[in-house]
Every structure is written in structure tokens, then in C-alpha cells.
Design a protein around this ligand. Structure first.
Ligand code: DX5
Ligand code: ZN
Length: 212
């Protein structure tokens, strides 16, 4: 089982004070998860590469692209400092080409899968990726309830890829993370649970203790 990692999702952060806020969370975080939404692939808008370029942190940034035509943006996110670029199996027109392009830019490549998409859609691409991100809500918004029906998908991936980084994203708290860990996830993305807490550092620590 790969290393357990806690990944606060900055979607729920105060963007007006982002760097200050993230600096405080650095000692409690392994990854900062950055949600990129285009208002087309998902019914919401968030941020693009220019904002990512302004983030000053030593923590790796995983950019989760919830966009149509993701290939248009790989170079700008790589230049902006993304450590990983995660694309959706539902929006990529050529997964193999996209994954290879991301890796050729010096970034890790991840594939994300929506709750209603069958894991069979990933079978061919999993040997090529650095990370798989299993959505445990329908993408687009923070603060939605965890969908336990995605757990068998995580178990299937872990069974076939014992060393792969498996992230779970959506509705993660100190209780749902335990189910996701038992299924085989090792990266826990959490937006509201950490960032909307009165004490985000304590919430991040509580989440880590639940899964360590
Ligand atoms: C949802 C995003 C998530 C979101 C999670 O579309 O991909 O990363 O920030 O937020 P919570 O943890 O509040 O469900
Ligand atoms: Zn996300």
C-alpha cells in the first residue's frame, strides 16, 4: 500500500487570502488539491492556470481538470507549477496521448473517474498513470455527501494495482475516509471537512489520525 497522503482541496478556501491560508496548512498537508472547472464539463466555474501560478508553496499541487478539451491546458498548468495533472476519462478524447503529453511536460499524470462511470473504462490506461482519482461525488461542487457505491471501484483498482496511488475525492471526512481506506484508497482529498472547519489544522490532523 503506497503512503497515506492528506490533500486539502483548495476549492473551499478563501481565494482572497490563499497564500497565507495555505502556508498555515502546509505542515498538515501532503498535497494541495486544486479543482479546475470550466462550466461545461461540470456546471460550475473555478480557477485556471494564472491563479495556480500565484500559489507560493512547497507542497505539491495536484490539478484536477474538470474541463472539456483538457489537452488545451496541459502546458499552461505545467508552467504554472502543477506537480500532477489529473484528467477525466469522461472528457479526454485520447487518454493515452494525453497521459503521455502530461508526463513529457515533467508532471505526474492522473486519471479521474466519475461515480457513474464503470471502472472498465480505465483498464487500458491504468498501467500508464501515476495516480487514479475516484470521484465519490458528482464533480462540480464541494460539500456534497459521500457516495459509498464507489467503494467497490476502489477495491477493484487496489486489487489489480497494489502500488498505485489511489485518491478519493468528494464528501471525505474522518468517517467516510475510513471506508475509503479499507477499500484501498491512500490519498484523501477533503474540501469542506478541512477548510470550512473553525480550525482547519486540527481537522487535517483528525483526518490523518483516522486513516493512518
Ligand atoms: C468536487 C471536487 C472536490 C471538492 C471536494 O467536484 O473535485 O475536490 O473540492 O469537496 P468536499 O470535500 O467538500 O466534498
Ligand atoms: Zn477535485
Amino acid at each position: 500500500m503506497p503512503k497515506i497522503k492528506i490533500a486539502p482541496s483548495i476549492l473551499s478556501a478563501d481565494y482572497g487570502d490563499l497564500n497565507h491560508f495555505l502556508q498555515g496548512l502546509e505542515p498538515f498537508s501532503d498535497i494541495f488539491h486544486v479543482d479546475v472547472m470550466d462550466g461545461n464539463f461540470v456546471p460550475n466555474l473555478s480557477i485556471g492556470a494564472p491563479v495556480v501560478a500565484c500559489i507560493k508553496t512547497t507542497i505539491p499541487l495536484d490539478c484536477h481538470l474538470m474541463v472539456l478539451n483538457p489537452e488545451r491546458y496541459f502546458e499552461s498548468f505545467a508552467k504554472a507549477g502543477a506537480h500532477s495533472i489529473i484528467i477525466h476519462v469522461e472528457s479526454s478524447k485520447n487518454m493515452k496521448k494525453d497521459i503521455e503529453k502530461i508526463q513529457s511536460l515533467g508532471c505526474d499524470a492522473g486519471v479521474a473517474i466519475n461515480p457513474s462511470t464503470s471502472v472498465s473504462k480505465l483498464e487500458k490506461i491504468l498501467p500508464l498513470v501515476d495516480q487514479v482519482l475516484v470521484m465519490s461525488v458528482n464533480p462540480g461542487f464541494g460539500g456534497q455527501p459521500f457516495m459509498a457505491e464507489v467503494l467497490p471501484k476502489i477495491s477493484w483498482i487496489r486489487e489489480h494495482y497494489p502500488n498505485l496511488d489511489i485518491a478519493v475525492d468528494g464528501g471525505i471526512d474522518d468517517k467516510t475516509a475510513v471506508y475509503a481506506k479499507a477499500a484501498g484508497a491512500n490519498i484523501f482529498v477533503a474540501g469542506n471537512y478541512i477548510l470550512k472547519d473553525d480550525n482547519p489544522k486540527e481537522a487535517a490532523e483528525k483526518l490523518r489520525k483516522a486513516v493512518i
